[in-house]
Ligand binder design. Structure first.
Ligand code: UDP
Ligand code: MG
Length: 317
């Protein structure tokens, strides 16, 4: 049997500090796997420069000329975000050819020694081999709380995404072909791969602290990713708005009936002015929240309807 032609997709956004380390490490791992005939010598690294404003693209271009492994890549005109960068990598690899594609972060926080195991499971017939973090020790307090809340909430909504699963994943050529049919703009890859129902294997790995540079995700970009994940995979929040409406209408009906009896019996129970101040403030907040939930869906519809390109490529290798 021919050994697997592996493409490694690496999204990068302002990663000049970490890229030399990333190239050294991946070169070593890939050359070893080629020498041991675990992957084909046509295997390659595919960098997607997500509109970096530093020297990332120059480092990648130079590496493609001097390194012992095949290096290809594209550079976006501007920053489109990590999901678009990964997607572009997958689209480009589909054109250029590979038996299997691995995605990994440019900072190599994920354990590169697991690549061999990923390839082994692929050769045993898995279409998706997804990395799951053993813990979140390297994340800050807020990120830890936020991601645990996100995974609990999205699972509660009926979207069965494996908690702590990351963008460290190997997919087969077949999976890559199927992903090509998904043309949505607001892409949430974690949910998408899960939905395909293909033979999947989860591999646990340890997350290391970042060697160089800083995290490129702000709280707002993580929040946007989480929202687009929820909106892309579940309409339950819309139904929730409906049930909130019904519940409040019922409570209002009971309150109205109680006030009516208060008037008849000429007693004053709980419905004084303070009650109404609290009630009105609470309901106003809830109304704006519900409009916000509906707004998220409308925003996504607008983005999808406009159908703008997901990214624009400025240069390629
Ligand atoms: N990234 C990207 N575009 C962005 C933000 C991040 O391509 O707008 C890349 C980044 O260069 C890295 C990966 O996505 O390769 C994960 O980012 P990071 O390591 O900063 O995230 P964290 O590990 O802190 O969650
Ligand atoms: Mg990282």
């Amino acid at each position: 049997m021919e050994s697997t032609k592996l493409a490694v997709v690496i999204p990068c956004y302002n990663e000049q500090e970490v890229l030399p380390y990333t190239l050294d490490t991946l070169e070593q791992v890939i050359l070893r796997l080629i020498a041991e005939k675990k992957i084909s010598e046509e295997s390659y690294l595919f960098f997607v420069d997500d509109g970096s404003r530093d020297n990332s693209w120059e480092i990648i271009t130079t590496a493609s000329q001097i390194r012992k492994i095949n290096i290809k890549g594209v550079k976006f005109t501007t920053n489109y975000g990590n999901q678009s960068a990964i997607l572009a990598g997958l689209n480009e690899v589909r054109k250029r050819g590979a038996d299997a594609v691995l995605t990994i972060d440019a900072d190599l926080q994920q354990d590169v020694n697991k690549i061999e195991e990923f390839v082994k499971y692929y050769e045993e017939g898995c279409d998706i081999v997804a990395g799951v973090r053993n813990d979140r020790k390297t994340d800050g307090f807020i990120k830890k709380i936020f991601s645990s809340f996100f995974y609990t909430f999205i699972n509660w909504l009926g979207v069965r995404i494996k908690p702590n699963h990351s963008e460290y994943r190997l997919i087969s050529k077949k999976t890559l072909g199927i992903i090509g049919y998904y043309t949505e703009r607001n892409i949430f890859l974690r949910g998408l791969f899960h939905e395909l129902g293909l033979k999947t294997k989860y591999v646990n790995f340890d997350v290391k602290p970042r060697e160089h540079g800083q995290s490129k995700f702000s709280f707002m970009s993580l929040f946007a990713l989480a929202m687009s994940g929820i909106v892309a995979f579940s309409t339950y929040p819309l139904r929730l708005v409906f049930f909130i409406g019904i519940s409040i209408s019922m409570i209002s009906f009971i309150v109205a009936a109680l006030i009516f009896f208060e008037q008849i019996l000429k007693v004053n129970l709980i419905f004084d002015i303070t009650f109404f101040k609290i009630w009105i403030t609470f309901i106003s907040g809830l109304q704006i929240l519900c409009i916000g939930i509906i707004g998220e869906y409308i925003g996504q519809i607008l983005t999808e309807v406009k159908g703008r390109p997901q990214y624009i490529i400025a240069e390629e290798l």
